[in-house]
Design a protein around this ligand. Structure first.
Ligand SMILES: C[S@@+](CC[C@H](N)C(=O)[O-])C[C@H]1O[C@@H](n2cnc3c(N)ncnc32)[C@H](O)[C@@H]1O
Length: 189
């Protein structure tokens, strides 16, 4: 659980990531809207942090956005921006505090990475989506295999639970060494 680190970081998070050229929120939103261009139902932002992904999403579509995060301080910053319909203080690797099957879309940026959350969080995230709903997320490339994402997605596809809409490799921080993220969009069948 990394929430204590974000307790210290919340007040400067937006400025720091902007300086680094962090673009995961934009990538997740682009992948969601490419897979679901006429989305008109609610969207769940998993590990929403200070709300960077909601800001980008709401620049394109007018839908209710709910957020979940394990750090109360990150949630406080998000709350002050006034973009979310509901915010939940919860761990996304556990059953989520939202009704199953209710969201048209879900996004998760920057959370599937070292020392954060592994592929075990894919199941609760997918449970939140209605059939046909799209989940768009970024996975830091070094944990794509070691964090179990490749195997979990293959299994979910083989079970017929999801269809993979897109996987694209992008640059994680435009102003740092060229680390990569996988940007993935899946549709719940
Ligand atoms: C790198 S930040 C990304 C925040 C936001 N999605 C963005 O792209 O700017 C990671 C966020 O995940 C949250 N987090 C870490 N572990 C979590 C967990 N198990 N459940 C929910 N949130 C978690 C942290 O509190 C932090 O706000």
């Amino acid at each position: 659980m990394v929430a204590p680190a974000y307790w210290m970081f919340a007040g400067i998070y937006d400025r720091v990531v902007e300086r680094l050229g962090y673009r995961d929120p934009e990538f997740a939103v682009e992948a969601l809207l490419a897979a679901a261009p006429s989305i008109d139902g609610p969207v769940l932002d998993l590990g929403c942090g200070t709300g960077l992904a909601a800001e980008r999403l709401l620049a394109h579509v007018d839908v209710p956005v709910d957020g979940i995060d394990a750090s109360a301080r990150m949630l406080n910053v998000a709350r002050r921006k006034g973009r979310y319909r509901h915010l939940f203080h919860a761990d996304i690797a556990l059953p989520l505090p939202v009704a199953p099957g209710t969201y048209a879309g879900a996004i998760c940026s920057g959370l599937f990475t070292h020392a954060h959350v592994g592929a075990e969080a894919l199941h609760p995230s997918l449970d939140a989506l209605a059939p046909g709903g799209v989940f768009a997320f970024t996975v830091y490339a070094p944990v794509w295999r070691s964090g179990g994402f490749e195997t979990a997605l293959r299994g979910l596809r083989a079970e017929g639970r999801i269809s993979v809409v897109s996987t694209v490799e992008r640059r994680h921080f435009s102003r740092l060494a060229p680390q990569k993220v996988q940007v993935v969009a899946v549709r719940v069948n």
